[in-house]
Design a protein around this ligand. Structure first.
Ligand SMILES: NC(=O)c1ccc[n+]([C@@H]2O[C@H](COP(=O)([O-])OP(=O)(O)OC[C@H]3O[C@@H](n4cnc5c(N)ncnc54)[C@H](O)[C@@H]3O)[C@@H](O)[C@H]2O)c1
Length: 256
C-alpha cells in the first residue's frame, strides 16, 4: 500500500518501537490510532504527532470487547483502516523455579495474555473491519504486523513466559496469513533483537554494554527507527506475507 494512504492502529503506540512506528507513519503522510494504557505518554505522543494525524485510545489489548470497540472508533478517526501494528508488550521476566517459590501461574498467564492474546484480539478486530475495505491492487485490503522477539527462538533463563508468548505470535502468523488471504489481508511478524527503548533504557550501564558487545554487527542496540523502517517496508511490499523476519544484527541470545 502507498505510505501516505496508511490508516493504522498501533498498539503500544505511545512508547518505544510502537511510537517509532506511529511517528514514521505520520511522517510518510498517513494517520495513526495509538492503543495503549499509558495516558501520560499518550497525551505526549499526540502532542508530538499532531492531533489531526494521531489519536490516543486508552485500550488494554487483553480486553476483547474494549479492543473491538476502539478499533471501530479508530476507523472513524482515521477515515478507514488498512493497517494494524501490534507493539504492545510486557517482559514478564521470572524463573520457573524462583528463589522463593515456583512462578505463580498468574504471572505466566499475564505475559501470554498481553503479548499473545492481545495481539490476537487486535488482529481479529482489525481484520473484521478490513474485510469490508474496497480491494486495492492485487485485491489487497489490509496488512497486519505483529512484534515477536528473538526470544521466541532462543529465550534466556527467566524468559519462559515471554518466550512462550512470543513463540505463539510467530506460530499464529502463517495460519492467520493463510486464512485472511481470501480477504486480501496480509499478516507478517518482526522478531526484534535488542532495541534501545524504555524497556531496556532502565538497565544498568554494564548490562547495556555487555548487550551491545553481544551483537555481531552493528555492535550496538537497534534503533526504534530501524524497526519502524521495516514495518514501513512490510506495509509497502505486497508480496511479503506469512513471514517472521528477524531484525537483530545477527545476535543469538545466550542462555543467560
Ligand atoms: N526493546 C527491545 O529490545 C525488544 C526486543 C524484542 C521484542 N520487543 C517487543 O517489542 C514490543 C515493544 O517493546 P518496546 O521495547 O517498545 O517497549 P515499551 O515498554 O517502550 O512499549 C510497550 C508499550 O506497550 C504498552 N502496553 C503494555 N501492556 C499493555 C496492554 N495490556 N495494553 C495496551 N498496551 C500495553 C506499554 O504501556 C508501553 O507503552 C513489545 O512487544 C516487546 O516485547 C522489544
Amino acid at each position: 500500500m502507498q505510505s501516505d494512504s496508511i490508516r493504522a492502529v498501533v498498539t503500544g503506540g505511545v512508547s518505544g518501537l510502537g511510537l517509532a512506528v506511529a511517528t514514521r507513519i505520520v511522517a510518510d503522510g498517513g494517520k495513526a490510532a495509538l492503543f495503549d494504557v499509558n495516558d501520560d505518554k499518550g497525551a505526549a505522543a499526540v502532542a508530538a504527532l499532531g492531533d489531526a494525524n494521531a489519536h490516543y485510545f486508552r485500550t488494554d489489548v487483553t480486553d476483547e470487547d474494549g479492543v473491538a470497540a476502539n478499533v471501530a472508533a479508530a476507523k472513524e478517526f482515521l477515515g478507514g483502516l488498512n493497517a494494524a501494528i501490534n507493539c504492545a508488550g510486557i517482559l514478564g521476566a521470572g524463573r520457573v523455579l524462583g528463589r522463593e517459590a515456583p512462578m505463580p501461574l498468574k504471572n505466566f498467564a499475564a505475559t501470554v495474555m498481553v503479548n499473545l492474546v492481545g495481539s490476537f484480539n487486535v488482529a481479529k478486530a482489525a481484520a473484521a473491519q478490513m474485510q469490508h475495505n474496497d480491494a486495492g491492487d492485487d485485491g489487497e485490503r489490509g496488512a497486519i504486523v505483529n512484534t515477536a522477539s528473538v526470544a521466541a527462538y532462543e529465550g534466556q533463563i527467566g524468559q519462559a513466559a515471554y518466550s512462550a508468548s512470543k513463540g505463539g505470535v510467530v506460530g499464529m502468523t502463517l495460519p492467520m496469513a493463510r486464512e485472511l488471504a481470501r480477504f486480501g489481508i496480509r499478516v507478517n511478524t518482526i522478531a526484534p533483537g535488542i532495541f534501545w527503548t524504555p524497556m531496556v533504557d532502565g538497565m544498568p550501564d554494564d548490562v547495556q554494554q555487555s548487550l551491545s558487545a553481544s551483537i555481531p554487527f552493528p555492535s550496538r542496540l537497534g534503533k526504534p527507527e530501524e524497526f519502524a523502517d521495516l514495518v514501513a517496508y512490510i506495509l509497502g511490499n505486497r508480496y511479503l506475507n506469512g513471514e517472521t523476519i528477524r531484525l537483530d544484527g545477527a545476535v543469538r541470545l545466550a542462555p543467560k
